[in-house]
Design a protein around this ligand. Structure first.
Ligand code: ATP
Ligand code: MG
Length: 369
């Protein structure tokens, strides 16, 4: 069920189109992530959802309730939106204790003094900070401050949690630990999360769905596997990780897909399924179209000799390899160019031929001219 809906949202700052027409639906209980590089408009979007920024145009609905609409003149105040927010900087009050920080949203909402402790203590328990009530905030580590910020956002049991890069101030080890805790916490509380990050790994590992954002617009929305393995735009493809690419031309087209004759690999041919095309319009393209076939490097199966009965195999020369603990990284030469792939297969000596299988259902195809 669609729970949080964003319709035609725009926000300009002078000449800068920070948010340039966003439509989005987040389901109840979902962990939804806005992923994009610095300056693409993630924070601005989140602040408009939270009520800290007014949109120039557009509407936001929570359940059946419109919380902001520029055209209808509706603007619900942040504290009336039933949303908790954690800022990138945490924005804790340094002169207050842990208890006072977490109690603050309750005060703003007029919760009676007698009930405040009844809510603050379980919230601190939830984030693993029971017993820290009287500590001054500056006496806490980064990870502990992050937990206080989370407790403060959750203390009034909001239906939506807005998280703006909450893990990016933590060191790598702590970040990984908090990532697991955050996911676990979200499952236990069942709160709907709108999460913002520029970190691909964070987005892929935490999210039910991801929206890839670029220049104030959404490039693609889908499950982590969808956006990673089936990027629908070249930006999404390149932003989400490394690719292994070969160029060629379309040699033939059929109902199921098409065949690409490779330029780099001595004219070897690869079959590509229809699902691998960024748009079905490509199937209508004339034979002869210049294209690039792409695959995530870890999807390639490496064979020491030509695999029996397998199509879609490209011969390569192993130039060098490196052992990385859980896998090897091979530098391979194909048609005079070097590329890097990963494999669990113990490498043969450098200089030897190896065979790369690119499964037809795992290839994506991109026009280059
Ligand atoms: N208050 C403001 N006044 C002027 N320009 C702003 C303001 N807030 C944001 N911008 C501009 O709008 C664009 C989007 O900013 P935003 O903070 O939403 O990006 P972001 O995706 O959160 O980036 P980051 O990953 O660096 O936090 C940027 O070009 C930024 O400089
Ligand atoms: Mg930001």
């Amino acid at each position: 069920m669609s729970f949080l809906r964003i319709k035609g949202l725009y926000k300009h700052f002078g000449e800068v189109a920070a948010v340039n027409g966003i439509d989005l639906e987040v389901n109840e209980g979902e962990f939804f992530t806005l992923l994009g590089s610095s300056g693409c408009g993630k924070t601005t979007t989140l602040r408009m959802v939270g009520g800290l920024e007014k949109p120039d145009r557009g509407e936001i609905l929570l359940g059946d309730r419109c919380i902001v609409s520029q055209s209808k003149g509706i603007f619900i105040k942040p504290e009336k939106r039933d949303m908790g927010m954690v800022f990138q900087s945490y924005a804790l009050w340094p002169h207050m204790t842990v208890f006072e920080n977490v109690a603050y949203p309750l005060k703003v909402r007029g919760v009676k003094r007698a009930q405040v402790a009844e809510k603050v203590l379980p919230a601190l328990e939830l984030v693993g900070l029971a017993g820290y009530e009287d500590r001054p905030v500056p006496a806490l580590s980064g990870g502990q401050q992050q937990r206080v910020a989370l407790a403060r956002a959750l203390v009034f049991s909001p239906s939506v949690l807005l998280l703006d890069e909450p893990l990016s101030n933590l060191d790598a080890r702590l970040r990984e630990e908090m990532r697991r805790e955050l996911k676990d916490l979200q499952r236990r509380v069942g709160v709907t999360v709108l999460f913002v990050t520029h970190d691909q790994m964070e987005a892929l590992s935490l999210s039910d769905r991801i929206a890839i954002m670029n220049h104030g617009q959404l490039e693609q929305v889908g499950s982590p596997e969808d956006v990673y393995y089936r990027p629908s735009t070249s930006f999404a493809r390149d932003f989400l990780g490394r690719i292994f690419a070969l160029s060629g031309r379309i040699a033939s087209v059929s109902e199921q897909g098409l065949v690409v004759e490779l330029r780099d690999a001595g004219g070897a041919a690869l079959r590509v399924r229809r699902e691998g095309l960024p748009s079905s319009a490509m199937l209508k393209r004339a034979v002869g179209q210049q294209v690039m076939v792409a695959i995530r490097p870890e999807q390639i199966a490496v064979w020491p000799s030509p695999p029996d009965g397998q199509d879609n195999v490209v011969a390569a020369t192993l130039k060098s390899s490196q052992f990385l603990g859980d896998h090897y990284e091979y530098t391979v030469g194909i048609g005079g160019e070097s590329r890097v792939i990963g494999s669990a297969l113990r490498p043969p000596p450098a200089g030897q031929q190896i065979f790369l299988e690119l499964k037809e259902e795992e290839i994506t195809l991109w026009p280059t001219a």
